[in-house]
Design a protein around this ligand. Structure first.
Ligand code: GZL
Length: 325
């Protein structure tokens, strides 16, 4: 059970993607927060596993530059031990603020206590941690993954036409988006007992992982009606497997994914995916604004939720020309 502080007062639904994602100019006097010493931020990124992650990294790097923040950046290649090493390195370098996207929910208390004892504030971005000690970080900026799962489940319930066998491509085992997207989806399909998840396995948020797991499902499952993939990349891998099996993705086997990156939206517009729940990767601008406040010792909301939508095939065709990632 995640112990996120989510109170009405603290939750701020931020601007729509179009406004938040503007990114280019960004607020920044070029010399850090208040014209004083430039702020150094240590950022420990998960990896480069998906189109979403690439867009997220680009947003963070661009917005740090625009905000005049000196960014030290590391790619953990989806390994928690690498993120912990990076955070320790930032502590030794005495950065002003640390931000990271925890690859999994647990195992962070020790290193975050080291940051706290070094008086370096920590901001969680994108993914949350599951810890009893909420003093270990100043705020959590990112999506509500349970709500994303609920949106996917709502579409499934609304579009089921009788007994429906679903196979689920889970994200990284132990990661907040994987745990919560599963939870939200199952909450919604519980209202229709003839919608069944007949197989569920992690594809680790990668295209190759999604393809390999879908190949196995196609061999082991006598009847598959729908794929619920926790991100576009695994859904795109599943499309390759479905085509190789001589079936038509989006028709013989319907596909629901999460993210809404360009490759996913293109497949949606082409009819190979049926529905995509958006997950906003453009967190850079909000992160830099929060970092400046945190470094100045100003209060920030404990939880900052990004606003997101969802797309069917027609909506994808209309939205694609204006998508930034
Ligand atoms: C969600 C993010 C997930 C994306 C995946 O905020 O953590 O990780 O949905 C990415 O594409 O790999």
């Amino acid at each position: 059970m995640l112990k996120k502080i989510t109170t009405a007062a603290s939750v701020i639904a931020l601007c729509a993607l179009a406004a938040c994602g503007s990114g280019s100019g960004g607020a920044g006097n070029g010399t850090g927060s208040s014209g004083g010493d430039a702020i150094t931020m240590g950022f420990a990124q998960v990896g480069a596993e998906s189109g979403w992650r690439t867009a997220n990294t680009k947003s963070i790097q661009e917005e740090a530059k625009a905000a005049g923040i000196d960014l030290k950046f590391s790619d953990a290649q989806q390994k928690q031990e690498n993120q912990i090493k990076a955070i320790r390195s930032y502590i030794q370098q005495k950065v002003k603020v640390i931000a990271f996207s925890p690859v999994v929910e647990t195992g962070w208390d020790t290193v975050l206590l080291e940051a706290k004892r070094a008086n370096i504030p920590v901001i969680l971005t994108d993914r949350a941690i599951d810890s009893d000690d909420t003093s270990l970080y100043k705020t959590f900026l990112g999506s509500d993954f349970v709500e994303e799962g609920r949106k996917a489940g709502d579409w499934m319930v609304a579009n089921a036409t009788g007994p429906t066998n679903v196979v689920e491509l889970q994200g990284t085992t132990g990661a907040a988006p994987a745990i919560d997207r599963k939870k939200g989806f199952e909450e919604k399909i519980a209202s229709k007992p003839d919608i069944k998840i007949v197989a569920s396995q992690t594809g680790d948020f990668t295209r190759s992982g999604g393809k390999q797991v879908m190949e196995a499902f196609l061999k082991s499952q006598p009847k598959i009606d729908v794929v619920y993939a926790h991100n576009d990349d695994m859904g795109l891998g599943a499309i390759e497997a479905i085509k190789a099996a001589g079936k038509v993705p989006g028709k013989d086997i319907k596909i629901i994914t999460v993210d809404a990156v360009k490759d996913g939206m293109t497949a949606l517009a082409n009819g190979e995916i049926n529905y995509i729940v958006e997950c906003n990767p453009l967190l850079g601008k909000q992160l830099m604004e929060l970092a400046k406040k945190v470094v100045k010792g100003e209060n920030v909301p404990a939880r900052v939720v990004t606003e997101e939508g969802a797309f069917n095939q027609e909506q994808a065709k209309a939205a694609l020309p204006n998508r930034q990632y």
